[in-house]
Design a protein around this ligand. Sequence first.
Ligand SMILES: [Zn+2]
Length: 172
Amino acid sequence: MPSIVQELSGHRDLGGLRILLDCPFKATVLREGPAQDSGPGAAWLAYLCPVHTVDLDGWPGAADHADDGTMPCGTVLDYRSPEGRLQSHADLWLTPLTGVDPAAYGGVWSDFLDQADRVLLARVEEAAAAGEDSPLQNMLASMAVARQRAAQGDLGVAATALGPCETLAQYL
Ligand SMILES: [Zn+2]
């Protein structure tokens, strides 16, 4: 990793890699997210091309730094805690998509993921009954991993498993 990334992230270990945009261009900007809730460094760093250096919903930048194509546009390095990353996935796409809010599950992430998965599965089955293929079908495998790992207490892997679902959610 380039040293600017280490510096901006407060030398934290990378929590998860997220792909937010389907964009063929290389980044020209490294956007620094808000400060971590505790300790040094930014919560996340996002790579963006000139077309996408607008404000992205849910990704309020604190500062922009020049980048010369280190990563494809739309790549986000997320340095938050597992719980912080799960909350971000919920806020940005999983709760809007399913109507299931983690606040209703008192911090028990496995229960939240189980309920969200039930909603997705019900929609896939509804579509199948109507003779249609639901694009949500493609989320079920990763959701199964996320649920299983959350139930085992491994919230970091659970949050990472939601990454591919987030990428799919952009096409819905
Ligand atoms: Zn772009």
